[in-house]
Design a protein around this ligand. Sequence first.
Ligand code: HEM
Length: 607
Amino acid sequence: MQVLQLQWHFKEFFFLTAVGLITFLASALVLWSNVRASQMAAVPTALSSGYMTLLIYIAVSFGYQVYRRSRALKDVPGPECDSVLGLLHLLGKRDMHRVCTEHAEKYGPIFKWRLFTFHAVIITDPVLATQVLRNKAVDKLRFMYSFLDVFLGGTSLLTGPTDEHWKLVRKAVAPAFSQGNMRDALDQVVERTLVLVNFLKVQGATATHNMDNLLLRESMDVIGRFGFQKEMNALQSLSTGNEEEAFNVTALLRSTHEVETRVQEIYRWWKLWKQDVREGWEILGRYRTIVWSLLAHIKSVKPKPGSFADLLLRAKNPKTGQKLPDVQMFPEIAALFFAGIDTTGHTGTFFLYMVSQHPEVEEKLMAELDSLQLRITPQRRHPRKMTYADLNRLTYLQAVIKEVLRMYPPVGIGQIRVAEKHDIVLGGKLHLPAGTIMWVPHHAIQNVSFNWDDHDKFLPERWLVPGTEYAVTEKLPLPREWYTDMETEAVSAAAGPLMSMESIPANMDVTDLAAEDSKRPKRYFPFAEGPRSCVGQSLAKVSLVATMATLMQHFHFSLADEMGGPEGVRASEQYTLVIGLANGMSMHAVPRPGVMDGLSNNGHASC
Ligand code: HEM
């Protein structure tokens, strides 16, 4: 991929200068005739002529940029769209992530979309996608994230541009996700999952649960505890009936939903005559109160050293030596809290759903737990405590999680990027003028048939083969000439840019291999790729492995009839900011043999 400095091409320069001059001369003529008619009107007329010149100049140069982008993409395939609105109707689609994947199947690894005057190239070719996401000239399309700023109270680590402030915050909080902290996190996750286990035991095998809601509550409890040393009691409040806590939890869950709904219904903000919109505003107000109280909490309790609350409080601007003021702390806390709840919660839900539909997978999962003495049986009612080392030993469970994240990547719509100040040449062939949106959709890249064998099958086994996340050289989807510039790219591996696992020399050092791995093109990145990848992914991985292992130890999950089978689940899939479900996931949790032994029906130990 080439990054070109913006240059004034002779034709463009000539055209825009001519427009400026003609407008200026026309305005001067008007000015002159007005001045001759009345001396008094000279100043306002001069001002309005100058203003007109400026407006026309801006409009023409904007129009010219739009024309440049549309001309550059004229041979790129894409769906028919309205000449003014473009594909505006797609915004209203509940399953946008799947529409994008269908378009990739239909139009190929590079296709175009247009919304009004915004031109986007959708890239699902692994080589080009990886190049775009790793390139420093390419940054987040800020406009797409700005609607989140209102909710988060300003720009944050998640939504801001890749600038000095982002660097400061990212560097400050990244150590919170170190291995040492993950060891502590494991115990906290298991402890919270056991609260959920007890709740499910008490409800009994025939009860129907919205597992999505319960797992979102668990994620909230984990992040509250891990990051801010604050008990959110989102699960506990189901049993204790503490109204204050229950209200806070509902507000938090509904506020993310409210923001997500606003992404789809872009005019929702102003529909104040609708009761649910007014309630939405109230809910967002409540969310802000909760975040302010979290800020007050971490300032008063002296957070655990090394937690992200502690690191944020200690972060200093290297230039001024000043700590972050509250107005900057607020969005960071809101973002860190918000970014991990829905993503981790919904992934857990899809895990339980997919396992419920694949008994052969469940059988292997249980065998793995058994082989590590972690399975509960009538003979082993109290298995040993899960340790940090077990997380890596649970290779099949990890494979199932990876496959779930492949098929249901929470941030399914992916990474939306732009190079504002540079033209980009993709694969040495496609020249994208500055300002063209480059969109790498995670669901599409991870689910199209040209990137994966058996793309639509749930096959955790594929992850038992090392290197599955990398593109298969022999099967890259574009003609070979698109990849020729790989030779000179930073992204290319030293042993050959298109090296496949099979072609790795036997004598290559494994440490070299790890270094090369970070450069190889990927076809799987649910946690994003490049400098803006997920800072919290180690916590998400520990949470998912520990939560799913603990739940599977205790229960067999089955889909409730009211979901309408797999078709019903598919129909209720919805994409807002993350892939979720319109009405949650109703399931039964049937205790496994041995789990209820010695307990009365209400889940308490009987004498
Ligand atoms: C399964 C769980 C998760 C998934 C799939 C996930 C995925 C992602 C993705 C795709 C991005 C890039 C978003 C973009 O560019 O628009 C991202 C960024 C981020 N995530 Fe996660 N995430 C998960 C869990 C978490 C957790 C648990 C936390 C923290 C508690 C977290 C905190 C963040 C933050 C702060 C960013 C912004 C990073 C930056 O721009 O420097 N995420 N995540």
